[in-house]
Design a protein around this ligand. Structure first.
Ligand code: PMP
Length: 330
């Protein structure tokens, strides 16, 4: 019989897929690491497994305990799946810009979700950082993974994402591009690839315009899961050779192109990372291999990025994809 003991053992070992159409005019090979193949649908399943197992080993998380975490959705899904399989409860705190689709997914996996306003300072008592701190203090048996400072976040990528990419490319990867949220993905993967290649792999961060990583102040932007208004300790600033700032409009238009031209229905931070990857790749030659990591699926963004009304309302839409019979027959 061939089966997995639980969904937990399906985390990682995601495929690499060549981008063939959005790369027109580019000589370098551009490969996408498609993280929606993880059981929870995103790259964050990797950190969930590693953070929970480490907390069990250290004794911070005890049998029957409760996991409390501020998360924009994907980390929550990963934690919720691992937690339910291991018998823990979950309470998640989300900013109000997160799509209702994502919040309902967390609830479907059995988690409690508390929604907080985005338009307040991190110091404000209602900010999602402070609400989660209070829930940790007041819930018996609570443990907060804190993906922003937990060393097991970057470590999970150092132990899985990095080695997978090195093996999948047979050591030929020359550039690694990823969006920066907590910084865990880029730091763990980037450091592994630099060590494995003797320092030759270049690591490029993609950041929403306005976020601190590309020199902004944290001005609100619409791409979810990336960019920050502070510097998390999970992010190793020394790992990035370059940061490329990408606008919401460019991010979302590329996200739509990935679905239409590459068969990849992915999230907005994926479009953002691909814009940055193409920016880097256009200066490279035929021997270069650029890998761009695509964190999640587009299913959680159907009422935003993939809605013509929403896109037009934000001035992001140039051509509408809604057709009349006359348009189709023309
Ligand atoms: N994209 C999405 C959709 C995410 O949820 C995250 C995680 N916050 C990222 C990108 C960035 O990954 P990391 O936190 O490892 O920097």
């Amino acid at each position: 019989m061939q089966f997995h003991d639980s969904m937990i053992s399906l985390v990682g070992n995601t495929p690499l897929v060549k981008l063939n159409n959005v790369t027109a005019g580019i000589q370098a090979t551009v490969l996408a690491k498609v993280e929606y193949f993880n059981p929870g649908g995103s790259v964050k399943d990797r950190i969930a497994v590693r953070m929970i197992e480490a907390a069990e080993q250290s004794g911070e998380l005890k049998p029957g305990g409760t996991i409390v975490e501020p998360t924009s959705g994907n980390t929550g899904v990963g934690l919720a799946i691992v937690a339910q399989q291991k018998g823990y409860k979950c309470i998640f705190v989300c900013p109000d810009k997160v799509s209702l689709d994502k919040i309902n997914v967390l609830r479907a996996y059995g988690a409690d979700v508390v929604v907080c306003p985005t338009a307040v300072d991190p110091e404000h008592p209602d900010s999602y950082y402070n609400v989660s701190d209070r829930l940790v203090r007041e819930t018996p048996g609570a443990w907060k993974p804190d993906q922003y400072s937990n060393p097991n976040n970057p470590r999970s990528h150092y132990e899985t994402t990095g080695p997978e990419l090195w093996e999948q490319t047979d050591g030929k990867i020359t550039h690694f591009v990823a969006g920066v949220g907590t910084g865990g993905t880029i730091s763990g993967t980037g450091n592994y690839l630099k060590e494995a290649s003797g320092g030759s792999v270049k690591v490029i961060g993609a950041d929403p315009e306005g976020s601190v990583y590309s020199g902004g102040s944290g001005r609100p932007y619409l791409v979810e899961g990336v960019g920050e208004d502070f510097w998390p300790t999970a992010y190793d600033r020394n790992v990035t050779d370059r940061i490329v700032a990408v606008s919401d409009k460019d991010s979302f238009q590329m996200t739509r192109r990935l679905a239409k031209e590459e068969g990849l229905l992915v999230g907005g931070s994926c479009g953002m990372a691909v814009v940055a990857a193409l920016e880097v790749a256009k200066e490279l030659g035929p021997d270069d291999v650029v890998v761009v990591l695509l964190p999640d699926s587009g299913r959680g963004y159907m009422s935003k990025i993939f809605s013509d009304e929403w896109m037009a309302g934000h001035g992001f839409l140039e051509d509408t994809s809604t057709s009349t019979v006359a348009d189709v027959l023309r």
